[in-house]
Design a protein around this ligand. Structure first.
Ligand SMILES: Cc1cc2nc3c(=O)[nH]c(=O)nc-3n(C[C@H](O)[C@H](O)[C@H](O)COP(=O)(O)OP(=O)(O)OC[C@H]3O[C@@H](n4cnc5c(N)ncnc54)[C@H](O)[C@@H]3O)c2cc1C
Length: 355
């Protein structure tokens, strides 16, 4: 087995190159992704235990909404049905437990106490190391897909090497539309997403776990979310609303001044304790959105031994273990496909439905 990556595992252009990613079980009414996240968490824990590294932090995940929020009501129900531990919290309880946050429009919340944060970059790099020590070959190389039909026998790297294989899997995130332009240019839409790390006051633990969980504010139109300070990188905050179209190879990853202003306005209103905190680090990453946020995990329609796995749509990281199980079962044991992951289900208009 050979693993190739153009820029290296969890590089700074890759979506998996971020410091941390949320693992939450809640997906509103969507049982499929709840089930996958439930399957993934013990596998992440197992990988941590096996490698002796802490890739999961059980910080808890707090959903913030209001009484009219049907997504949150369904989420509470689905988590209950799935046996996921969750607590319903009034706005008064939220204020009492986390006085550093001031969400005036929030009337209730749902806490997933067993969920939390995954260490993204370091876990992916550890995974590649683990694979290599178990006999997988790894090489840094950019590949192209030749214009053939039927069966793919070989691919070429940009360095001129030829690689033959029986089965090819392309899990190339936001680059998939470049590799398969005719198929995916209108089906995967990379967008620019900005992330901020803020410096808490010296000696303060108010923005660290267990004093602050991950939280996602559903009452604000820009869908802010935040992660506690882990590994002293700072309090991480970002907005889930899709940004502008983005080229993962060429575009610069510098935060726009208008975004800094918007962030400060948000902090002044909702997290006054952080209003004057300096921005100590920023990241510009890309989502690779399918039309509605469902993943694309399918056989290529014209190449019988080529598989495509991507369309993480801003929520894919946590699902790596479940996705790996699903894809290998599809390839090796021909298990029936999940229709939502098929190419046929991917429309060309952008209409987000999975959050
Ligand atoms: C700001 C931000 C926040 C997010 N938050 C969360 C979260 O909280 N929870 C969550 O679950 N998910 C989250 N996500 C989504 C998650 O990070 C992605 O779904 C996931 O990392 C995608 O992984 P991937 O392996 O498909 O793509 P990537 O990590 O982008 O990897 C693609 C790889 O393909 C390689 N490649 C590309 N073209 C070629 C080629 N021609 N030849 C060889 N190699 C190639 C690249 O070098 C790259 O390393 C977030 C994403 C962003 C951007």
């Amino acid at each position: 087995m050979l693993l190739l990556d153009a820029y290296g595992p969890a590089n700074s252009r890759a979506s998996s190159g971020g410091e941390t990613r949320i693992i939450r079980m809640g997906y509103g009414p969507d049982e499929l992704y709840t089930r996958w996240a439930q399957r993934g968490l013990p596998l992440w824990r197992e990988f941590s235990a096996r490698t002796g590294k802490e890739f999961f932090h059980q910080a808890g995940v707090l959903w913030l909404g209001n009484d009219a929020d049907a997504y949150l009501k369904s989420l509470y129900q689905v988590l209950g049905n799935a046996g996921v531990k969750r607590e319903s919290l009034t706005s008064a309880e939220i204020r009492r437990r986390w006085p550093q946050l001031r969400f005036e429009d929030v009337t209730w919340g749902v806490l997933e106490p067993d969920s939390g944060v995954l260490m993204a970059r370091s876990s992916v790099q550890a995974l590649v190391g683990d694979l290599v020590s178990n006999g997988v070959e790894y090489s840094a190389a950019e590949v192209a897909v030749p214009g053939v039909r039927g069966k793919l026998t070989e691919i070429k790297t940009s360095a001129g090497d030829v690689i033959s294989a029986g089965t090819f899997v392309f899990a190339c995130g936001a680059w998939l539309p470049k590799l398969f332009p005719e198929l995916l240019r209108q089906r995967i839409f990379p967008t620019r997403q900005e992330v901020f790390f803020l410096g808490p006051p010296p000696g303060s633990a108010a923005f660290r776990a267990p004093n602050m969980p991950v939280w996602l504010d559903r009452t604000h139109p820009d869908l802010p979310y935040a992660l506690p300070d882990i590994d002293n990188r700072g309090f991480k905050i970002a907005f889930d609303r899709h940004g502008d179209a983005f080229d993962p190879d060429a575009d610069e990853r510098v935060i726009a001044p208008s975004s800094v202003e918007r962030l400060h306005a948000y902090l002044r209103q909702y997290i006054p304790a952080m209003a004057n905190a300096p921005i100590i680090e920023t990241r510009v990453c890309q989502y690779e959105n399918t039309w509605n946020g469902d993943f694309l995990i399918a056989r290529h329609p014209e190449l019988e031994n080529v598989w495509i796995a991507g369309g993480g749509s801003g929520h894919g990281f946590k699902h790596g273990p479940a996705l790996g199980e699903y894809l290998s079962a599809r390839i090796l044991r021909s298990v029936p496909p999940e229709p939502r992951f098929s190419l046929a289900a991917k429309q060309t208009e952008q209409k987000r439905a999975v959050y």
